[in-house]
Design a protein around this ligand. Structure first.
Ligand SMILES: NC(=O)c1ccc[n+]([C@@H]2O[C@H](COP(=O)([O-])OP(=O)(O)OC[C@H]3O[C@@H](n4cnc5c(N)ncnc54)[C@H](O)[C@@H]3O)[C@@H](O)[C@H]2O)c1
Length: 283
């Protein structure tokens, strides 16, 4: 599939990292965002992600950063998106924002374009109902940081065809990723579990019985996790964590997913984790 065009919608944390990975594996990438600020920041995020991937994986520098950036077109419009074989959507975790964009994409994309949706929690079946051909829609829940995480949780919606699943698994393989294909319910496997964990860690800090550092150290040293739940929340972005908890709460109507008020307060105060340089930790 290399030398084909991939359109990536949303140039935030995940969109930039996915653009880096696709371009590094030879794809021409269109990276589209509606925010001029996000587009200006995107090459810097890609450089940072590239440098940190090189620290952990010596082979990563085999493709030079200049080559990678030369294959990515940064844009705020729909030019050439009709050339894309696959659209990877990485817009903020908000049903309205995602589905408004789908209406526009459906007008410009080819009929056989495959839509790979990167959402933390929203049902793929629900999102697919806003696109013209739900058989060509699938969830690809990429893990952060994308260059260092091989596993992708691939989510089949109600109508996703076998062909779409096979094409997406083979596309991911071409980027060095391995897929675990599962069925569709909000939060899938990873986030139904991880968001309970991060939310409860925030409740513990709110209750004042341990600091964020103590909570994370207990989990890292006691359970051999590489990262603690609050470090993970800062990495994901506390705004994204809160949006995802809201999706889980509204999907299952189960109080176990109620968002910790401290998390909501931090988001309202602009402390979104690494992306704003302050969350449970300072960066
Ligand atoms: N951050 C993570 O660790 C992580 C991991 C897996 C999945 N996800 C999911 O991936 C998606 C993106 O997350 P993120 O962390 O990159 O979010 P982010 O907030 O960093 O970036 C989202 C980007 O989407 C842009 N956007 C909004 N509306 C748009 C539109 N109509 N067209 C183009 N761009 C638009 C915003 O300007 C922003 O730059 C979310 O659904 C999130 O739940 C996030």
């Amino acid at each position: 599939m290399q030398n084909q065009t991939i359109a990536i919608i949303g140039a935030g944390v995940m969109g930039c990292a996915t653009a880096l990975e696709a371009s590094r594996h030879g794809y021409d990438v269109i990276l589209k965002d509606i925010s001029a600020a996000a587009l200006e920041k995107a090459p810097k995020i890609i450089k940072q992600e590239y440098r940190s991937a090189c620290l952990f994986n010596k082979e990563y520098s085999a493709v030079k950063l200049d080559t990678i950036l030369s294959r990515i077109t940064f844009q705020d419009d729909y030019s050439n998106i009709e050339d894309a074989e696959i659209v990877i959507e990485n817009i903020s975790e908000n049903l309205h924002e995602k589905t408004s964009e789908y209406k526009r994409l459906a007008e410009v994309c080819k009929k056989n374009t495959l839509f790979a949706l990167n959402t933390s929690c929203i049902s793929i079946t629900k999102l697919a109902s806003f696109l013209p051909d739900p058989t060509k829609v699938i969830g690809i829940h990429l893990m952060n940081p994308v260059p260092l995480k091989e596993m992708v949780e691939v989510v089949r919606g109600y109508h996703t065809s076998d062909q779409t699943k096979e094409e997406v698994v083979s596309f991911l393989k071409s980027m060095g990723k391995s897929a675990i294909v599962i069925g569709d319910l909000p939060g899938f496997v990873s986030n139904r579990l991880s968001h309970l964990f991060m939310n409860e860690a925030a409740f513990i800090v709110q209750d004042g019985i341990a600091t964020a550092e103590q909570v994370d150290n207990i989990i890292k040293q006691g359970f051999n996790h590489k990262m603690g739940p609050l470090e993970t929340a800062d990495l994901i972005g506390l705004d994204t964590v809160v949006h995802s908890l809201d999706v889980l709460y509204n999907s299952y109507h189960d109080p176990k997913y109620r968002c910790c008020p401290l998390l909501q307060k931090m988001v309202d105060a602009g402390q979104w984790g690494r992306k704003s340089r302050k969350g449970f930790y300072e960066y």
